[in-house]
Design a protein around this ligand. Structure first.
Ligand code: SF4
Length: 533
C-alpha cells in the first residue's frame, strides 16, 4: 500500500467504466499456514473473490526481492505458477521498476509485461484485452503485442553459452524492440498519491505524493536515474492541491520522487505544508541542494532526521560514480545541518564500487569521524550496502565484487567505528546482495530458481546452484554482450552507457542534464518521443 505505482494503477483501472480492479496481498507468514490448513484459496480484498476467477492477475514489482512472492501468491490462489501450464486463464501480467529494467528472470511465469511507466499503459491494455478476450484464443497475445510497450516473453527464444546469452530468436510477427512507456508530460495524469490510506500499512500516518520523476544528475550506479530520464517536475499548484487534500487525511505528507529536493519550488511546497500545519517529509536530500532556508522549513515541519547519500567517502570514487560532490560540500552541508539544530543524521554508502580499493572503503571511517566531530551531540547512522550493478546503467557490463572482498571492507568499516559514540553502522551482507546481483541481471533460467526459492528459501537454492550463480555475477561482460534486457528501449542509447562506463573507469565526470538543450543520451531525441507515442 506504500507503493504509489500500485495505488495509481488501481485508481486508473477503476476509473474505466468497464473494469473493476481489486487488491490482493500475500498473507503474513503465520496466516499462510492457516490458508493451507483450511484449504482456503487466496481471495481479493474488496469482494473476497478467489483470484483465479479474475480475468487478469497483475503484479506490481518494484524490487527483485519481491519476485519470490509471485510463486507464493499464485500457489495460494491455486493458479499454476508457470505460464505454459495456465493457457492464459487467468492472464498474468506484471509491471514496475524491477521488470522494466529486466523482465527476463520472470519470463516463464508472466504472460505479458508492461514496460515503463504505468500511466496511459494499463488502461489501454485493459481496453485491448476486453476487445480480444472473447475472440479466437490465438489472437490475444499477438493483439497485446501490438502495443509498443508490452513484452511477451513466449514470443522469444534464447540460447546460451554458459552464463552468457548466445542468440535470441523472435517468433514470426513479434516486435523487434519494446519501447518503455513514459509519461513525458506528467500533467496529463493524476498526481500519484495515497488514494487509499489505511492504518494497516507502512507509512500509515503519512500521505505520500509524487512530486517529480527522473533525475538529471547521471549517477552511474543508479538504475532509477537512467530509467526515469528525462527529469520531470510536477506543477507546483498540482502538488499543493494534493498536499491540501492529503493533510486533511493524515498528519503528515511524504514527498516522493527520484530526486525530490531538485524540484525547483521545493521550498515553496514544504512552506505550503507548514502553513497547513502538517508535517512534510522528503525521501532524501541532495547534499549540494541543502541551504539554511530549506533546513529551517524542514525543522518547522517536524523533520527529525536528515538523510544524505554521499555514496562514497573519497572524491575519486565520487567521480567514478559521477556523484559530483566534494568533501568540502559534504562538510558544509553538515555544518548547516548542525546550525539548523538537527541532531540525527543518516548517511548512505555503497561498498564494492568499480575501481574501489580497501583504502577507498576505509575512508568512510575517517569521514564519519570528521562529521561526528562537527556534530558532537549528534547521532549518526550509516547504512552501507554492497554495490549491485544494474541493467540500463553504465555499470551493466561489470562484475559484482567478490563477496569476500565486500565482507572484508564492511568488517573494517564497522570495526573502525566500533568505539565511536553516537555512531551506528548497518550493513547488508554480501550474501544477501549476491542474490539480488544474480536476479537483477539474470535471464529466464532464473525463473525456476525463483520459484524454488519461494518454497525452500534462497539459502538452499544458492547452495545447490552456487557454481552457476557465482559465475553469472562475477562475469565481466564484453562490449557486445547480449543482455536479457536488450529487447527493451527506454531511450538511453547503449553506446552512451558504454561511453559513460569508460569515463567512470578514468574517474571522469559528466555534467547534469540540460533538458531542451542536450541530446547526448538519446531520451530527448524527437525520434524517441515519436516512437514512444
Ligand atoms: S538527452 Fe540530455 S537532457 Fe535529455 S535525458 Fe539525456 S542527458 Fe538528460
Amino acid at each position: 500500500m506504500a507503493n504509489l505505482g500500485f495505488q495509481s494503477v488501481y485508481h486508473l483501472i477503476n476509473s474505466i467504466d468497464s473494469a473493476v480492479c481489486e487488491r490482493a496481498f500475500l498473507p503474513d507468514k503465520e496466516d499462510i499456514e492457516e490458508f493451507r490448513r483450511t484449504s482456503t484459496e487466496l481471495f481479493s480484498y474488496e469482494s473476497q473473490t478467489p483470484l483465479r476467477e479474475f480475468d487478469i492477475i497483475a503484479f506490481s514489482l518494484p524490487f527483485e526481492d519481491d519476485y519470490v512472492n509471485i510463486g507464493r501468491i499464485l500457489g495460494l490462489a491455486n493458479v499454476p505458477v508457470f505460464s505454459a501450464e495456465r493457457n492464459l486463464k487467468p492472464l498474468v501480467i506484471a509491471g514496475g521498476v524491477g521488470v522494466s529494467l529486466n523482465p527476463e528472470p520472470l519470463a516463464d511465469i508472466i504472460d505479458v509485461f508492461t514496460i515503463g511507466e504505468g500511466e496511459g499503459a494499463l488502461p489501454e491494455l485493459i481496453e485491448r484485452y476486453r476487445a480480444l478476450k472473447d475472440g479466437p484464443a490465438g489472437a490475444l497475445l499477438p493483439g497485446l503485442d501490438e502495443l509498443p510497450w508490452t513484452y511477451i516473453p513466449s514470443f522469444y527464444e534464447y540460447s546460451y553459452d554458459g552464463p552468457a546469452i548466445k542468440e535470441v530468436k523472435r517468433k514470426a510477427g513479434a516486435k523487434e524492440k519494446v519501447t518503455g512507456k513514459k509519461a513525458f508530460d506528467l500533467g496529463d495524469f493524476p498526481v500519484p498519491q495515497s488514494f487509499i490510506t489505511t492504518p494497516d500499512s507502512e507509512f500509515r500516518d503519512t500521505y505520500l505524493i509524487e512530486v517529480e520523476r527522473g533525475c538529471g544528475r547521471g549517477c552511474r550506479f543508479c538504475a532509477a536515474g537512467f530509467l526515469y530520464l528525462p527529469p520531470r517536475w510536477r506543477k507546483t499548484d498540482d502538488v499543493k492541491e494534493a498536499l491540501s487534500d492529503g493533510l486533511k487525511r493524515a498528519s503528515k505528507a511524504g514527498l516522493i520522487g527520484t530526486a525530490v529536493s531538485e524540484h525547483p519550488d521545493i521550498n515553496e511546497i514544504i512552506g505550503f505544508g507548514v502553513e497547513k500545519e502538517g508535517g512534510v517529509t522528503l525521501s532524501s536530500l541532495r547534499l549540494d541542494m541543502i541551504d539554511a532556508d530549506l533546513l529551517a522549513l524542514l525543522k518547522k515541519s517536524g523533520y527529525k532526521t536528515i538523510t544524505l547519500a554521499p555514496e562514497s567517502a573519497t572524491e575519486r570514487m565520487r567521480s567514478v560514480i559521477n556523484k559530483g560532490i566534494t568533501d568540502d560540500e559534504i562538510m558544509d552541508a553538515v555544518a548547516l545541518i548542525r546550525e539548523a539544530g538537527f541532531l540525527k543524521l543518516k548517511l548512505y554508502y555503497l561498498v564494492g564500487l568499480p575501481t574501489e580499493t580497501d583504502e577507498d572503503a576505509l575512508a568512510i571511517v575517517a569521514l564519519t569521524k570528521r562529521i561526528k566531530a562537527m556534530m558532537a551531540r549528534g547521532q549518526i547512522s550509516l547504512s552501507i550496502n554492497p554495490f549491485i550493478p544494474k541493467p540500463f546503467t553504465p555499470f551493466q557490463w561489470m562484475a559484482f565484487e567478490d563477496p569476500s572482498v565486500i565482507e572484508r571492507r564492511l568488517k573494517s568499516i564497522t570495526k573502525g567505528l566500533l568505539r565511536e559514540n553516537g555512531v551506528s553502522v548497518n550493513t547488508m551482507s554480501a550474501k544477501e546482495a549476491l542474490i539480488q546481483a544474480y536476479v537483477s541481471r539474470s535471464d529466464r533460467r532464473a525463473g525456476s530458481l525463483i520459484v524454488e526459492a519461494s518454497l525452500k528459501g534462497w539459502a538452499r537454492v544458492m547452495k545447490a546452484n552456487e557454481a552457476f550463480i557465482t559465475e553469472s555475477v562475477s562475469m565481466e561482460r564484453p562490449k557486445d554482450a547480449i543482455f536479457p534486457w536488450d529487447i527493451i528501449d527506454h531511450g538511453v542509447r547503449k553506446a552512451y552507457l558504454w561511453k559513460e562506463y569508460g569515463k567512470a573507469l578514468e574517474a571522469r565526470t559528466t555534467p547534469p542534464c540540460e533538458v531542451g538543450e542536450c541530446f547526448r543520451c538519446g531520451v530527448c531525441l524527437p525520434e524517441y518521443f515519436e516512437k514512444e507515442g
